[in-house]
Design a protein around this ligand. Structure first.
Ligand code: PMP
Ligand code: GLN
Length: 385
């Protein structure tokens, strides 16, 4: 084929292949047990499958409204109010999206202009930085501190300036499994008070919080909520990552701009999925029981690796557990993860790719949203190294 004389000048010239794709490919190629990408290997609640089939046979096969079906938006608003005490207007302050991914991207597209600075805490989920750069924004990267990944408040104070447009938060945190505390949120609230700085809050693991911690949604803090896009994922909450459904909550003036981009990015999201989710949300136990269910999986995994030479702090949230292998090897984490998959049959995610300057602390991330048997087999492999 004849090539154009002027190729596209890449908006993301330095983007490396997704680590999730890379490690998934290794897992498929080698037949390794896959604890790399974050998705469950167990089935979905048959009730949810039935509701989806029902929606198809009931004829909900044409476009949904731009913002999503109203009854699902109402259900989300009720859930948010009962859990976090925050009142959102279902008409104008919630939009159903194609997963949290599209919610995050749309919020960034609606807000960021060339030269705007965006604070991102590292290690960070790999979505944020490229999305900010694609819109001409300038990521300002701050490494989270120490083994517990605390926010360095002094570094944050130095980084905040007239040019700061947005701070991106993620709690519970992927990839570290840590959660922000109420005190953290209040500190941030105080710092942003009196500014026009926006908050983009990625809360896809809101229901995966353990050991008596509670999820500190931005929605609980009026001084944050007033400036925040909150992004959530049904994929993570109901074990349906392949449905790619989620939502965004934001005050009306922010949501107005969000919807202007949403309209042209996607217009609307799968209609039958929305019908099924609306009915499924009517029973709060469907999401309230998730924390206990996944904490049991975390404990099973930790029990299974307790005889190994890997070190860990139990994840306080998410379905990811970091394991440190510094006692076993000095190999860089990407190399160690490759060897673990190719020679020992267990796929994981190396953490350096998410860190500032690719700092390598010899840590791997393992997804424990897996069948008990998968977790026990993973433990046997790790114990044998
Ligand atoms: N944010 C974080 C922190 C995630 O781990 C994920 C999972 N892929 C997403 C956003 C995207 O969620 P979704 O699959 O709903 O697009
Ligand atoms: N959020 C999931 C993870 O962290 C999947 C990410 C992806 O495939 N982009 O593993």
């Amino acid at each position: 084929m004849k090539l154009l004389k002027t190729p596209i000048a890449s908006k993301l010239p330095d983007l490396e292949p997704s680590i999730f794709d890379v490690m998934n490919r290794v897992a498929v190629e080698t037949g390794a047990l896959n604890l790399a990408q974050g998705f469950p290997d167990f089935g979905v609640d048959p009730e949810l499958i039935r509701l989806h089939s029902q929606a198809l046979s009931d004829g909900h096969n044409q476009y949904a409204p731009l913002a999503g079906i109203f009854s699902l938006r109402e259900a989300i608003v009720e859930k948010t109010e009962s859990l976090y005490g925050a009142a959102y207007n279902p008409e104008s302050e919630v939009t159903i999206t194609a997963g949290a991914t599209q919610a995050l991207f749309t919020a960034i597209a609606a807000s960021i202009r060339p030269g705007d600075e965006v604070i991102i805490f590292k290690p960070a989920y790999d979505h944020y930085e490229p999305s900010v750069r694609a819109h001409g924004g300038v990521p300002v990267l701050l490494q989270l501190d120490g083994p517990e990944f605390h926010i360095d408040w002094v570094a944050l104070d130095l980084a905040l300036s007239e040019r700061t447009k947005m701070v991106i938060l993620n709690t519970p945190h992927n990839p570290t499994g840590t959660v922000l505390s109420e005190a953290d949120m209040k500190k941030l609230e105080r710092r942003l008070s009196g500014t026009n700085i926006l908050v983009l809050s990625d809360e896809v693991y809101e229901h995966l919080v353990y050991d008596g911690h509670s999820h500190q949604s931005v929605a609980r803090f009026p001084g944050l909520r007033e400036r925040a896009f909150i992004c959530a994922s049904f994929g993570k909450t109901f074990h349906i990552t392949g449905w790619k459904t989620g939502y965004c909550l934001a005050p009306e003036p922010l949501m107005r701009e969000f919807r202007k981009i949403h309209e042209f990015a996607i217009f609307c999201v799968s209609h039958p999925a929305q019908r099924a989710l609306k009915t499924y949300l009517e029973k709060p136990e469907h999401y309230l029981e998730l924390g206990d269910f996944m904490q049991r999986k975390r404990d099973l995994f930790l029990q299974a690796v307790s005889g190994s030479r890997f070190e860990f702090t139990p994840a306080a949230g998410t379905y990811f557990q970091l394991l440190s292998y510094g006692n076993l090897s000095n190999a860089p984490d990407r190399e160690f993860a490759e060897t673990l998959a190719r020679e020992h049959g267990l796929a994981s995610i190396p953490i350096s790719v998410f860190n500032l300057d690719r700092q390598d602390h010899r840590q791997l991330r393992f997804c424990f949203a897996k069948k008990d048997d998968t977790l026990k087999r993973a433990g046997e492999i790790l114990n044998g190294i």
